[in-house]
Design a protein around this ligand. Structure first.
Ligand code: DX5
Length: 214
């Protein structure tokens, strides 16, 4: 299994957006950078779109987590800012043909395609496209807000996925800190997203390292 290399993905959701460039400069030892896009409809919160990262200078690949009801309509703006990975929610797009269309569009735009599942969604809900995606995001909180508590029950889904898909990129997101990161890794996750744990830390490099070596 490809768990030897753990990717750490800070989410800018809980950084100080008035100083975004400075904030992002403090996490250069991470692997990816996540942009959490919320539409106030799929989730009960609004965040930002591609404009917020348009002029950002970073070597980290941009990982876009689309918490939106209509992901197809939002892809273009993220291709324009050079997104490397784009993940949409299984609950937002339930039809297999629609999912395939979005995955094909993401690839055509030069990015890797991911599908996300909420804590209450079983892994069987993504059986139809699991062979076509580059990443599965298993949410460990109900999406919408940073700073929530980790839901340990989702670890069973990660274990089950890892058993059947030894090479799959399994990302987890929500309530991840140095303690919960250990459980995530043990279950088989190899990409950990954290917002508050990293951006609330005085020493971001140390926080990233703590997740990496958890
Ligand atoms: C959940 C977002 C997460 C969230 C994680 O709505 O998708 O990325 O910001 O925040 P923490 O790490 O604070 O739980």
């Amino acid at each position: 299994m490809s768990s030897s290399k753990i990717l750490i993905t800070p989410s800018i959701l809980s950084c100080n957006l008035t100083r975004l460039q400075e904030e992002v400069d403090t996490i250069s030892s991470a692997d990816w950078l996540q942009v959490d896009v919320m539409d106030g409809h799929f989730v009960p919160n609004l965040s930002f779109g591609a404009a917020v990262v348009k002029n950002l200078k970073t070597k980290l690949p941009l990982d876009i987590h689309l918490m939106v009801s209509n992901p197809l309509e939002r892809l273009k703006e993220f291709f324009a800012v050079g997104a490397k990975h784009i993940t949409f929610h299984a609950e937002a797009v339930t039809d297999t043909a629609d999912r395939e269309e979005i995955i094909a569009h993401i690839r055509k735009g030069g990015a890797g395609a991911g599908i996300a599942i909420n804590p209450g969604t079983p892994i069987s809900a993504i059986d139809d496209v699991i062979g076509d995606v580059d990443l599965v995001l298993v949410m460990s909180v109900h999406p919408g807000f940073s700073g929530q508590s980790f839901i340990p029950e989702v670890l069973e889904k990660v274990k089950a996925l890892r058993k059947v898909h030894p090479e799959l990129m399994i990302q987890m997101d929500g309530g991840i800190d140095a303690l919960t990161a250990k459980d995530c890794k043990r279950a088989g996750a190899n990409n950990l997203v954290a917002a508050s744990y990293i951006f609330n830390a005085q020493d971001r490099k140390a926080a990233i390292e703590a997740l990496r070596s958890a």
